[in-house]
Design a protein. Sequence first.
Length: 406
Amino acid sequence: MTPASATAPVPLGGPRFQTEPAELYREMRRDHGSVVPVVLDGDIPAWLVLGYRELHQVTGDPQLFSRDSDLWSQWDRIPDDWPLLPMIGRKQPSILYTVGERHRERAAMISDALEAIDPSELRSQAEKFADELIDAICPKGETDLIGDYAALLPVRVLATLYGFADEQGPGLVTALNDMINGREGALAGQQHLASSMARLIADRKEAPADDVVSRMLANTAGFDDMEIVQDLMVMMAAGHQPTADWIGNSLRLMLTDERFAASLFGGRHSVAEAMNEVLWEDAPTQNVAGRWASRNTQLGGRRIRAGDLLLLGLQGANSDPQVRTDSSALTGGNNAHFSFGHGEHRCPFPAQEVAEVIARTGIEIVLDRLPDIDLAVPADTLTRRPSPWLRGLNELPVRFTPVPVL
């Protein structure tokens, strides 16, 4: 094994995050251990935490490993047009970068607003939009389940729950994808999302309704409009693209993996099993930025200095061989993965429930409406988006016997 100190930092980017991330994480772990030195755009240094135990330690100690980005020692090297600013923001007044008691108050505001969503209404909205999308493709006999379906469904449901008009959905999808991919268009996408949220808040102040935004505005903890705009952006980004990728990655697994091929049409249990397997093996959210060390410390044999950025390697931790000793075995109902995070900054439970209902409904509608669906291209030709942060397919071409619209 090459000594970690003699091995160059790993660029956090490039085609291997698309083509072979599992092998890349194994190589990182072999060459560097559980805490890997990486470089971001512009040769900005950071640490990628791949060890399950180490990630549990980082996410479970918010004092030592803070969410306060002002601690970062690299800000003097970050230009105003750095493409990762939407992912690693400075002084963003959102829940992502709030700490302590104020964070707990904001988490409660968001959880309360989402928890008030009626489960039957959520399922009904998801079914409605899923059926509309399937109606547009079912007579054709072939489609791309990503571009024509998975990439459109979550944001349409979320936009309705939040209070947006339905026709605003496509623009929100484009802005979210640009922002999350962290390349050209990222800052413009962020601005479109922010202005859309600000207009919605202004509308709901004048005319409250039974929606998430109105409930957040009614909260008595004293959050200003900009704070709520930022939180809505976080909620939309975290609720749409990972859920779309959860749908796409689960359908890919069911269409290509021999462990699921025999049970593809074997009932609802196989859908839940595939969705859980994706959260372990092909997590929509691969890596998250981040935490900042509040003082010098040790982690995984590494010397971490105050102000260092630590990136949460969720997929790397899920595949840690100390946890997944047999990666070929199905995980069953085991949900001890990191795909929703851990600690006080993890995804709020009501948000997880919303995402799961949307994803599961979306998958079930496909299987119900297109009963003989099959992959239209060789599985090894499927490609992924160029992002080390979120893992999703560019396309999922399928064919099926044409069926009439509902």
